[in-house]
Design a protein around this ligand. Structure first.
Ligand code: SAM
Length: 256
């Protein structure tokens, strides 16, 4: 089957890598795994051995040929665009203990998918996803580095983010131009004490123009509310967004 570049189809061929990804998913029989983009079923086949319930979303109808045979009483394949699926509704109707996401993500929509997942009303306990290595570096970046940005803060506020290993581009057919990395996200226990929407808006405003100072990015009314905090913590009033840790943003969102 010819891979469709427009759908980000780079199929995993290396059994060691497939095993390493599947072994990073610690699920029990009463858990639910959502797989995004099962493709020809490289991960799906081995995920099934975990005996958890599995729902996979694949956009390419040609994959019926590989995926239909994997369907059973615990495995469902839904041929739909993951970005259009009402996951809140679907998950509310399901019974499970913990919720996992596993994916070798289509690179052209990595960020919209991740944003959709962290914006869900229902919490995902753990995610093991493969993304381009440079995207992985952005997700795991430390403050005051070039890669640190809006997505870093957002993800690290909700999840403990860990880069597990790099996957060489030669492990895929067709081989993408760059290497990939597998990242694991584990939900932080204490992460719904603050208003999620307010938090996202604040972080997005703070990083709106990377070269500007925080003061110049934030509306006056918000800035005034956080000045006493900055003074108290001995943080310069000309600080830039990328110099502040996720915890500082969480503190901000409780102030504004
Ligand atoms: N999981 C397989 C593997 O590891 O070999 C395939 C991974 S491939 C990088 C990405 C898969 O996502 C492809 O099968 C592609 O058709 C599917 N895909 C692309 N866009 C999608 C979307 N919007 N919704 C669901 N699946 C999508």
């Amino acid at each position: 089957m010819k891979a469709k570049k427009s759908l980000g189809q780079n199929f995993l061929q290396d059994n060691n890598v497939i095993d390493k990804i599947v072994n990073s998913v610690d699920v029990s029989e009463d858990d639910l795994i959502i797989e995004i983009g099962p493709g020809q079923g490289a991960l799906t086949k081995k995920l099934k051995n975990k005996k958890a319930s599995l729902i996979a979303f694949e956009i390419d109808e040609r994959m019926h040929e590989c995926l239909d045979q994997l369907v059973d009483n615990k495995t469902t394949i839904i041929f739909e665009d993951i970005l259009s699926v009402d996951l809140n509704k679907l998950l509310t109707e399901k019974k499970y203990n913990k919720l996992y996401v596993v994916a070798n993500l289509p690179y052209y929509i990595t960020t919209p998918i991740i944003e959709k997942l962290i914006n869900l009303d229902i919490k995902i306990d753990s995610m093991v996803v493969m993304v381009q290595n440079e995207v992985a570096d952005r997700f795991c970046a430390k403050p005051k580095t070039r890669d640190y940005g809006y997505m870093t803060v957002l993800l690290n506020a909700f999840y403990k983010v860990e880069k597990l290993f790099i996957v060489k581009n030669t492990c895929f057919i067709p081989a993408p131009k760059v290497d990939s990395a597998v990242i694991k996200f584990n939900l932080k226990e204490k992460n719904f004490d603050y208003d999620k929407e307010k938090f996202k808006k604040l972080v997005s405003l703070s990083f709106a123009h990377k070269r500007k100072t925080l003061k110049n990015n934030l509306p006056d009314d918000i800035w005034k509310k956080i000045v006493p905090y900055l003074v108290d913590k001995d943080i310069s009033l000309s600080v830039r967004a990328e110099e502040l840790s996720t915890d500082v943003y969480i503190d901000f969102s409780n102030l504004v």
